[in-house]
Design a protein around this ligand. Structure first.
Ligand SMILES: NC(=O)c1ccc[n+]([C@@H]2O[C@H](COP(=O)([O-])OP(=O)(O)OC[C@H]3O[C@@H](n4cnc5c(N)ncnc54)[C@H](OP(=O)(O)O)[C@@H]3O)[C@@H](O)[C@H]2O)c1
Length: 292
């Protein structure tokens, strides 16, 4: 049973690889640079080097795969991000259609159920539809907002500020990518499921940004003030940084399109994972802010 893992150096993928190795599986990894794998990994995997935006490479890499973990690698900052995500996934659709791939675990997102109006997440909704239309056995994991998104806020947190364009009092599902990886690996390793499934992957509790600022204040031993910014202020900042217009709308839309919505599918036993934001921030964020 060949298991193919995309983005094996990412927050989710790297943990998926470790779990598969510990389960005694030798996965096939599609990646740009094997040197970026965790130390000791290379002899235990079949690394196929290339770029996921190259359809020939993806076609060859997926050949004979029983099960695939697919994460869309398209950076939010790409020009035309939605089109790029769909073009990148096209060889996966072809392989599923041909029967070259039998089962897919897809890293999707809360908001993908809307299909349109949620910025770059629109692409994930459309990849879900593309996979469903092939008739392949697939599990769409609709994940909450990754704790790791806070890693790009380190400079601002060092100044005591958490900025967001989200409604500060709207509850959102937040989640540790390592916990997502556990769900991914469990799904990859269980050979018995079939059909098309949607499963939420959320942390232990829904959080508002206001609550996140309180938690970070406790964990980081410094007052963290929540600063709300408008969509237009976000646009202006990104324009100044030189981002293309489509990328800007893709990023703004991910927050704007989710306003007033509760995480879907509803939280249940299967969607709830254990790591709290406080525990994650203590381990990963606090060391980065020491002495700053
Ligand atoms: N952030 C969120 O809140 C959130 C919520 C729900 C779903 N998601 C989904 O989660 C995924 C990101 O997962 P993550 O955080 O684990 O990833 P990540 O840590 O951001 O890493 C990105 C991965 O993509 C790889 N990659 C990028 N461009 C590539 C290319 N052209 N060819 C081959 N590989 C490429 C990178 O490889 P290199 O090592 O070569 O750079 C790396 O392994 C996205 O699909 C996103 O839509 C995110």
């Amino acid at each position: 049973m060949t298991i193919v893992v995309t983005t094996p150096t990412g927050h989710v993928g790297s943990r998926v690889v470790r779990l598969l190795l510990q389960a005694g599986v030798r996965p096939r990894l599609l990646l740009r640079d094997p040197a970026r794998l965790e130390e000791g990994t290379q002899p235990l995997v079949d690394a196929v080097t290339g770029d996921l935006t190259d359809p020939e490479y993806v076609r060859a890499g997926l050949k004979g795969a029983r099960t695939v973990f697919w994460a869309d690698p398209t950076p939010h900052t790409s020009a035309d991000p939605i089109e790029t995500s769909l073009r990148t996934a096209a060889p996966l659709f072809d392989a599923a259609q041909r029967g070259d791939v039998e089962r897919v675990v897809f890293l999707s997102s809360v908001g993908a159920e809307l299909r349109h109006g949620v910025g770059h997440i629109d692409a994930l909704g459309q990849i879900e539809e593309g996979l469903n239309s092939t008739g392949v056995d697939v599990t769409h994991l609709r994940c909450g907002y990754f704790f790791t998104n806070l890693l790009s806020e380190v400079d601002s947190l060092a100044d005591g500020v958490l900025a967001t364009s989200a409604d500060p009092h709207q509850v959102m599902a937040w989640v540790d990518p390592r916990d997502i990886a556990e769900v991914v690996a469990a799904r990859l390793l269980n050979d018995d499921w079939a059909g098309q499934h949607v499963q939420g992957v959320y942390g232990p509790e829904n959080l508002t940004f206001a609550r996140v600022a309180e938690i970070l204040t406790d964990v980081l031993d410094r007052p963290i003030r929540l600063q709300t910014v408008s969509d237009d202020e976000v646009r202006a900042g990104m324009r100044e940084a030189g981002l293309p217009d489509d990328a800007i709308e893709g990023i703004v839309g991910m927050i704007a399109g989710g306003r007033g919505r509760t995480p879907q599918p509803p939280r249940d036993l299967l969607s709830t994972t254990p790591t709290t934001l406080a525990a994650w921030a203590y381990e990963h964020l606090r060391p980065l802010l020491r002495n700053r």
